[in-house]
Write a protein that binds this ligand. Structure first.
Ligand SMILES: NC(=O)c1ccc[n+]([C@@H]2O[C@H](COP(=O)([O-])OP(=O)(O)OC[C@H]3O[C@@H](n4cnc5c(N)ncnc54)[C@H](OP(=O)(O)O)[C@@H]3O)[C@@H](O)[C@H]2O)c1
Length: 435
């Protein structure tokens, strides 16, 4: 196999330019490992005149990226444009229909359309790979689908969004509030101008849905991910978590839970959690990502590294290309699409955990008694209760507590009992403890 693997790059932004630089810098090593040269033949972006810090003169330029899918001198299209639908999806569909391989870093597209695209790739007998879509440079998909292939997966969890992790670890180090650290993250390029996808948990949910499908052999069910973000977390919560020996991290978790009728359902959640000091996720700071895979025979595997950035993401894209050049033919989700189960979402109500609850309440007598009565009526016992700071006359105070282990259904019931109380100023913050 000495024939060159000819690729087309759609998108020449952070990742696209990174792929060009990586292929240039390590071309000889990559060819040797791939068993044949990997060469870019054509590229496409919106603005041809933009200086991207890379030499584009050796490559053909296309103004319409869907044309890349039908060029005769292209074997694999690398989609680095982004967006769940629109031009990226049109290109992906056309590429697979034309019988060419597809490599993408686009988690949104795979989370929404992964099943359709995997079926199209299968039908065409071509590879579809998306290592860079989950946790940037970390070989999380490879680790799960190949390294842990012999295991029944017990659980997958991790820190899947570098922007949130940067903000939370900076809040911890500086004592500053969320809004200030979001601004800092934006100034440093760790957060987008429109950070909603990151800070509301959607980006991590995309990645979790992809990992869950591979790990549990289920069809992707992005709509069923319970995604919560980090916008409600205050400096006081970080301080309280620290006093309890914990840090706060946005954690994505997926596992299979047994339902009352004995069937196995898929649990998927992204939410801020209290992680105890000493847990491997507690020391994951800054924009770093970490993925934990629990296998029945291998035990706990931890993959940690850069979850974004041009170099790390390009590294994952090119690793996929090397696999394709070598002739690897793994089903995109580890199993053929027809063999993936339609598990349906698990009811989280039966899950038992300790919870951190934080209320913003009016500084009036009887408010604490109201909260503790709701907890008692719902059958949730309180392990520790902290009233933080005295408010101004008629102002608000924060009340935080940690519950003993209780079913989530009971905690939710307590929150329902308190709904509409004129003494509670904003929706309570509920965070589980990762014990
Ligand atoms: N950045 C990361 O660290 C990272 C990490 C993991 C995964 N990803 C994923 O990788 C993908 C690319 O991300 P990125 O950060 O490289 O994005 P980016 O810097 O915004 O680059 C996007 C590129 O797509 C081009 N483009 C957009 N719409 C187009 C259209 N209609 N026709 C042709 N070209 C078009 C843009 O052209 P112009 O340059 O001419 O505007 C640009 O070159 C996304 O799916 C993202 O989620 C990124």
């Amino acid at each position: 196999m000495t024939q060159t693997l000819r690729i087309a790059l759609a998108g020449l932004g952070t990742v696209g330019a990174g792929v060009i630089r990586l292929l240039e810098a390590n071309g000889a090593l990559i060819s040797a490992r791939a068993g044949r040269p990997i060469a870019i033949t054509a590229v496409c972006a919106r603005d041809r005149s933009k200086d991207r810090g890379v030499d584009l003169s050796p490559f053909a330029w296309e103004d319409d990226m869907t044309v890349l899918a039908t060029r005769e001198d292209v074997d694999v299209v690398v989609e680095l444009v982004g967006g769940s639908d629109g031009p990226a999806l049109a290109l992906a569909r056309r590429t697979l229909a034309a019988g060419k391989g597809l490599v993408t870093a686009n988690k949104a597209m795979i989370a929404h359309h992964g099943m359709e695209l995997a079926a199209a790739a299968e039908q065409a007998g071509v590879p579809l790979r998306f290592e860079a879509a989950v946790a940037g440079g970390i070989p999380a998909i490879k680790g799960l689908a190949e390294g842990a292939a012999a295991n029944s997966c017990r659980g997958i969890y991790g820190i899947l969004n570098g922007t949130c992790n940067y903000i939370l670890s900076r809040m911890e180090a500086s004592g500053a509030d969320f809004a200030d650290m979001l601004r800092e993250a934006q100034e440093l390029g760790y957060a987008e101008a429109d950070p909603a996808f990151d800070i509301e948990g959607t980006d991590a949910a995309h990645k979790l849905a992809i990992l869950a499908a591979i790990g549990f052999g289920t069809r992707i069910d992005f709509a069923a991910v319970d995604a919560q973000g980090i916008t409600a977390i205050r400096a006081a919560d970080i301080a309280q978590a620290a006093a309890l020996g914990h840090v706060i991290r946005l954690v994505g978790r997926a596992d299979m839970a047994e339902a009352a009728d004995g069937t196995r359902k898929l649990f998927q959640r992204v939410a801020p959690c209290l992680v105890p000091h000493g847990h491997p996720l507690a020391s994951v700071d800054g924009p770093t990502n970490a993925v934990v895979v629990e296998g029945d025979f291998v035990g706990r595997l931890l993959f940690e590294g850069a979850g974004a950035g041009d170099g790390p993401t390009a590294s994952a894209v090119v690793a996929d290309l090397i696999d394709i050049a070598r002739g690897a033919r793994l089903p995109p989700f580890s199993l053929p699409v027809a063999a993936l189960a339609d598990a349906g979402p698990a009811d989280p109500g039966d899950r038992r955990n300790r919870a951190y609850l934080r209320f913003v309440v009016a500084d009036r007598p009887g408010v604490l008694a109201q909260i503790t009565a709701a907890m008692r009526d719902a059958g949730v016992s309180i392990e520790s209760l902290i009233q933080q700071g005295q408010a101004e006359e008629g102002g608000e105070v924060l009340v935080a507590m940690v519950t003993h282990e209780a079913p989530e259904r009971a905690v939710a019931q307590a929150m329902t009992l308190l709904e509409g109380s004129p003494d509670i100023a904003e929706p309570p913050l509920v965070m589980r403890l990762l014990d």
